[in-house]
Design a protein around this ligand. Sequence first.
Ligand code: ITT
Length: 205
Amino acid sequence: MGHDMSGNGRKIVIATHNTHKTGEFRALLGAGWEVEDLTAYPELPVPVEDGVTFAENAGIKAVSAARRLGDGVLVVADDSGLEVDALAGRPGIFSARYAGPGAGDAGNRERVLEEMRGVPAGERGARFRCVLAVARGEEVLASFAGAVEGRLTEAAAGLGGFGYDPIFIPEGQAGTFGELPAEVKNGLSHRARALAGLLAWLDEA
Ligand code: ITT
């Protein structure tokens, strides 16, 4: 293992409080990895995500956790969101709080669908983006981006996934990420694609 950051136990701490993200990392990484998230470290401060890009916010989250967890721990943060063409790229980095604090996933989906009301099928293009930042101690060592193109539905469909999944149909598929099996999402998602870059970097000689 080139960077030798995962140790014998191949443990990774995902610097997130979003347990849906953690679940996807567990599924994507498989049984060879011990995956934790920040719900196991309630004493860690929650950083202010005041970056203006996904990469900046991923770096802020990764270093905030890594400096507290110490040099021996591989920390990876995930900053992600939905970019809608007809909304000039919104909600983008504001995806988590798009409908205001406390509105939650359903409120965020409803706001996007409301803003998209009347936009014709051919103009409903969107993409999910994910940037992963890997940090140790005080430093971001690398970051990796992934995206998946698709289009927005006119109404939510499906109970799978999380966040904006029920209103997003990925390119080449007939249903939303909320309707498709988790394995299909994990085969082509923005998160899977960013993670592929991270895994290649970890394996580099
Ligand atoms: P952490 O910052 O603790 O990781 P978060 O959920 O606040 O958790 P972000 O700041 O990266 O994470 O915000 C991501 C937003 O984009 C949030 O609204 C998610 O629901 C949404 N999102 C991210 N990945 C998604 C996915 O795979 N499917 C659907 N929605 C997703």
